[in-house]
Design a protein around this ligand. Structure first.
Ligand code: GUN
Length: 292
């Protein structure tokens, strides 16, 4: 079994981005600028946004963190989004999800100018991705594809089982894995809470992409010998072993499954760092204005 080292690959890509940024700046361009809106104080969201800000520093980007209390109204948030849409200094921005219940995530996503939507959540970017046009691809699926590419994992004709149908991961990664390209060209099955016989379906899989948010859901009996297992789960569970009092657990029973598979992504250090680096790649793309 080989561990897919997302941390190492993401460090390499950040260095590549930083080099490109320095040569852009040397040629008179401004530094790429990512803004992030964070509403409230959810522990997971605070951590993710802090990692995104840190990654901006590592890539030589400017970053701006905009905070609102969770009492912010939808109208106030939408107003701030239109200011960012109009701000020529900001190349791209994200609104960290989830949002408080009184705010419509869909309205917020659709309010973002698709040309600055570096999360790739706007329907224009989702639609363009699904028909194979250049676009901002959503970060986690793009990061998974990049890992498969950098490890030269064969995907053409492979049976790929995606667990989960979220708009952020399950649906877009299924779309990318079925596209006629490498990595892709796989036969994709999407399983979800309504699926019967998940165990039997998973046992047929050459590649399993688990994104359901249930810690340890994928057990060894669901995995065929030599399969590739990508674990997107990041559930925070209480732990006495860490300073924060939490640790991250994936959707895969790592101990048992790693004995059977050919490749596996660890949690943490697998898909997570790649998600952030995909956001950096999208921000660089936005700054270069080559896409839109
Ligand atoms: N919440 C969980 N994942 C993401 C992400 O990729 N982007 C944003 N904005 N919020 C998230």
């Amino acid at each position: 079994m080989e561990l897919i080292d997302g941390k190492k690959i993401s460090d390499t890509i950040k260095q590549e981005i930083a080099q490109e940024v320095e040569s852009m700046v040397a040629n008179g361009a401004k530094r790429p600028h990512l803004a992030a809106i964070l509403v409230g104080h959810d522990g997971g969201s605070e951590t993710y946004v802090a990692h995104k800000v840190r990654a901006c520093e590592q890539c030589g980007f400017k970053s701006t963190l905009i905070r609102f209390e969770d009492t912010v109204t939808e109208a106030e948030l939408l107003e701030r989004i239109s200011e960012l849409n109009a701000d020529d200094d900001v190349d791209g921005f994200i609104v960290q999800l989830p949002l408080p219940r009184h705010i419509s995530e869909q309205k917020v996503i659709e309010a973002i100018d698709y040309r600055k939507d570096v999360d790739g959540f706007h329907p224009i970017n989702v639609g363009r991705m699904s028909i194979g046009l250049p676009c901002f691809k959503s970060a986690t699926p793009a990061g998974i594809i990049e890992l498969l590419r950098r490890y030269n994992i064969p995907t053409k004709g492979a049976n790929c089982v995606v667990l989960g149908r979220s708009n952020i991961v399950g649906k877009p990664v299924a779309t990318l894995m079925m596209q006629k390209a490498y990595p892709g060209d796989a036969t994709v099955t999407v399983c979800h809470s309504g699926t019967k016989n998940i165990t039997e379906i998973c046992r047929q899989a050459d590649i399993i992409i688990a994104a359901i948010g249930k810690p340890g859901f994928v057990t060894a009996d669901m995995v065929k010998d030599g399969a590739v297992v990508v674990d997107v789960g990041t559930t925070r569970v209480p732990s006495t072993l860490t300073k924060s009092g939490f640790k991250l657990r994936g959707d895969v029973d790592f101990e048992a499954v790693s004995q059977k598979c050919s490749y596996i992504t660890p949690v943490p250090g697998g898909v997570g760092p790649m998600t952030i680096v995909s956001l950096m790649q999208n921000t660089l793309l936005a700054a270069k204005k080559e896409l839109y």
